[in-house]
Design a protein around this ligand. Structure first.
Ligand code: PGA
Length: 254
């Protein structure tokens, strides 16, 4: 066991919500609400059309800016796509990849997620690589196999280092449903993910932040975040209001 301490991360995934004006208001409220909180890395993930304005609003703060998706190529004939190059250009520091909504609704594969993550790293961005099992897979006792398989396949060609990669475990059945994994069940998966990272990459596994996501809210954040291998939260619904996101940030700060 190493004694590396991992700075917790709380990231907001705003999904397909918030106009530019609404995004700016939310960021201002959030900055104010968490101004006294230390020891936690905070990231917001607006829609693509609000990234530029939000980047401007975040200047002078240490809140990170995440896009919600990218293409893996830097430029070219890919109508409708965004690239790591452009996300870096607009001021993003992070990008969510492989969210279950993208895997389920837009046909994303582990290999595609890995290509995106590696391309983001090549442009200096930190990918937040998401994975997690469906309800059917959990009920069939396949949770660990599915999650470890996704981890291996999604990180093929990706640099594994604490400052270059964030992993997010999000059980699909807990996303937007109000159902949260029991803290001890989530911890079991997080520990297995870290053990696999250690097996494949050695001690550096202790520096990788593994976030939990799926109906995280002020009422359950502290219990989840108290688990030894849960290093933060990826928050959807509760990230859309400063009054519900800020208490999660505070819970992570400890
Ligand atoms: P939720 O979403 O917090 O609304 O469940 C989490 C996510 O999809 O990242």
């Amino acid at each position: 066991m190493s004694d590396v301490t991992r700075t917790p991360v709380v990231a907001g995934n705003w999904k397909l919500n918030q106009t530019i004006d609404e995004s700016l208001t939310l960021v201002r409220q959030l900055r104010e609400a968490i101004s006294g909180v230390d020891g936690v890395e905070v990231i917001v993930g607006p829609v693509a059309t609000a990234l530029h304005a939000v980047a401007g609003e975040l200047k002078g703060s240490n809140i990170g800016l995440a896009a919600q998706n990218t293409h893996h190529e830097a430029s070219g004939a890919f109508t409708g796509e965004l690239s790591p190059l452009l996300l870096a250009d607009v001021g993003c520091t992070h990008c969510i990849v492989g969210h279950s909504e993208r895997r389920q609704l837009f046909g994303e594969t582990d290999a595609g997620v890995g290509r995106k993550a590696a391309a983001l790293q090549a442009h200096g961005l930190v990918p937040i690589v998401c994975l997690g099992e469906t309800l059917e897979q959990r009920e069939a006792g396949e949770t660990l196999g599915v999650c470890l398989g996704q981890l291996d396949a999604s990180l093929d060609g990706v640099a594994v280092a604490g400052d270059r990669l964030i992993v997010a475990y999000e059980p699909v059945w807990a996303i937007g449903t109000g159902k949260t994994a029991k803290a001890s069940d989530a911890q079991e998966v997080h520990a297995a993910l870290r053990a696999r990272l250690r097996e494949a990459h050695g001690e550096v596994a202790d520096s990788i932040r593994i976030l939990y996501g799926g109906s995280v809210k002020p009422a359950n954040a502290a219990e989840l975040l108290a688990e030894v291998d849960i290093d933060g939260a990826l928050v959807g619904g509760a990230s859309l209001k400063a009054e519900t996101f800020a208490p999660i940030v505070e819970a992570a700060a400890g």
